[in-house]
Design a protein around this ligand. Structure first.
Ligand code: MN
Length: 415
C-alpha cells in the first residue's frame, strides 16, 4: 500500500477507534473476552486440534463473546493454522493473537490474521513487569522494560486498530511502575490495558484495590478499555473478576469451565451467571446468551478431554440433580424452591431426581409413575425401605427400580 494511503487509513482507523472506546465507556457494557483456545489450551493435556478450535469458536460466537484470544502465532504452526481456519468463518467477535513484546511476534500475528477484517483483528501484547520477571526472566531494568513496551506497542498500533497490552505478573508489580507502563502503552496506541493476576494470588479486596489505584494513577485511562484476567490458584478467580466488575472494568477475560494454566482461569459461565442473576449489584449490559452455556461447557469438556466434576457450577451433572427427600419433594412442588435458576436458563437438560437412600416417598412414586408402574402408597413405602437397605454404592437406576418393584408383587408394564 502507498505510504500516503496507509497514513489516511490509519488516521481514519484512529478516529473510529476513539469512537468505539467512548461508546463502550458510555454504554456501561461488560464485554467478555474468551481465552479458552489460548490460556485454556495451555492446560496440560487439553490440546485442541484446529478443527476442535473452530467448533468451539463458532459456539463462542453464538454465545455472544466480544473477543476471542485465538492463539499465539509465534509459538506454534498449529496456532497459526487454527487462527487461519477461524479467519473466514468467525465474523462477530474480534480475533486477537497473543504476542510477546517483540516485533517478530507482531509480524507473525499480522500474517496469521491477514484474512480477518481490519476492525475485527487485534494483537494482545504481554511483557513481564514485576521485579521477579524483570530480574530473573528478562534481566532488564525498569526503564529498559518500559522502552520495549512503548516501542512494540507503537509498532503494533501501526499495523492493528485493536492493540491490547498486559503487564505480565501485574499483581506483583510495584503500583507506580504498573501505572507508568499503562500510561506509556496508551500513549503509544494501546486500546485495551489488561490486568493479569498471572499466578492467581489476589483476594477480591486486593483485586478491587488494584483497579482503583490504576483508575486513579493512569490519567489517560479513558482512551482505553480496562480488562482483567484472573487465575484460580486460591479458588478466587471468579470472585476477583466480579469484584473488578463492580469497580467498573470494561472487559473480563475468562475460559469455559475455567480451564487454563495450573488451577485454571475465571470460569466464563460462572461470571456470566453471577452477573445475570444479580442485576441489582452489577448494573451492566451483557450480550451473553446464557441458554447456550451448559451445552458449551459439555462440548469443551469433551473436546479438551478435561472432564467436568459432577458438582461443577453451571455445567456439572449434579447441578440439577437431587437425591435428598426434602429437596425432591420441594422440586416436585415448585422447582424454584431448591434452585437458584432453572435448567432452561443455562440450556441444561432438566431436573433429575436421583433415587437413592436419601430419597423420599414422593420422588419414588413420581419415578414409578414415569415408568408406568402402578403402586399403592404402602407399596411405595415398602420400596423405599428396600432402597434404604441396599449396600452403599449401589445405584438405583430404572432397571433396579423395576426389579425392586417386581419383588413387591407389582407388575411392571413395558413403556
Ligand atoms: Mn493466564
Amino acid at each position: 500500500m502507498q505510504p500516503i494511503l496507509k497514513r489516511v487509513r490509519h488516521g481514519v482507523a484512529n478516529v473510529v477507534k476513539g469512537m468505539v472506546i467512548n461508546h463502550h465507556h458510555r454504554s456501561g457494557a461488560l464485554l467478555f473476552s474468551d481465552t479458552t483456545l489460548r490460556d485454556g489450551e495451555q492446560m496440560p493435556g487439553a490440546t485442541l486440534e484446529p478443527d476442535d478450535k473452530l467448533q468451539i469458536a463458532r459456539a463462542l460466537e453464538a454465545l455472544g463473546v466480544h473477543s476471542l484470544d485465538a492463539g499465539f502465532p509465534a509459538s506454534s504452526q498449529a496456532d497459526i493454522e487454527a487462527i487461519r481456519r477461524m479467519a473466514g468463518v468467525i465474523k462477530k467477535p474480534v480475533l486477537t493473537a497473543l504476542c510477546r513484546t517483540m516485533r517478530g511476534d507482531i509480524d507473525a500475528a499480522e500474517e496469521a490474521l491477514s484474512d480477518v477484517a481490519f476492525g475485527k483483528r487485534g494483537v494482545s501484547l504481554f511483557c513481564g513487569t514485576s521485579p521477579l520477571h524483570r530480574e530473573h526472566k528478562l534481566n532488564k531494568s525498569r526503564a529498559e522494560v518500559l522502552e520495549i513496551i512503548t516501542d512494540t506497542v507503537a509498532y503494533a498500533a501501526e499495523r492493528f486498530v485493536i492493540v491490547a497490552f498486559s503487564p505480565e505478573d501485574a499483581s506483583r508489580t510495584e503500583i507506580d511502575y504498573l501505572c507508568e507502563t499503562y500510561r506509556n502503552a496508551i500513549d503509544a496506541g494501546a486500546t485495551t490495558i489488561g490486568f493479569p493476576d498471572t499466578v492467581g494470588l489476589l483476594t477480591p479486596e486486593k483485586a478491587r484495590d488494584f483497579i482503583r489505584r490504576i483508575q486513579d494513577g493512569v490519567p489517560n485511562i479513558e482512551k482505553a478499555l480496562l480488562a482483567v484476567h484472573f487465575h484460580n490458584d486460591l479458588g478466587l478467580a471468579v470472585a476477583n473478576t466480579l469484584a473488578c466488575v463492580e469497580e467498573g472494568v470494561n472487559v473480563v477475560q475468562c475460559t469455559i469451565n475455567g480451564i487454563g494454566e495450573r488451577a485454571g482461569n475465571a470460569a466464563l459461565e460462572e461470571v456470566a451467571m453471577a452477573v445475570a442473576l444479580n442485576p441489582d449489584q452489577y448494573d451492566r449490559t451483557v450480550s451473553i446468551d446464557t441458554t447456550r452455556l451448559a451445552p458449551l461447557c459439555k462440548m469443551v469438556a469433551e473436546l479438551t478431554g478435561v472432564p467436568l466434576p459432577t458438582n461443577k457450577p453451571i455445567g456439572g451433572d449434579n447441578i440439577f440433580a437431587s437425591e435428598a427427600g426434602i429437596h425432591q419433594d420441594g422440586l416436585l412442588k415448585n422447582p424454584d424452591t431448591y434452585l437458584p435458576y432453572r435448567p432452561e436458563q443455562v440450556g441444561a437438560d432438566g431436573i433429575k431426581l436421583i433415587i437413592g437412600r436419601h430419597s423420599g416417598r414422593r420422588a419414588v412414586a413420581h419415578r414409578l409413575g414415569e415408568l408406568g408402574i402402578e403402586a399403592t402408597e404402602a407399596e411405595v413405602l415398602d420400596l423405599l425401605e428396600a432402597i434404604k437397605r441396599l449396600p452403599k454404592g449401589v445405584t438405583v437406576d430404572d432397571a433396579r427400580l423395576r426389579e425392586l418393584s417386581g419383588l413387591l408383587g407389582t407388575t411392571p408394564t413395558l413403556d
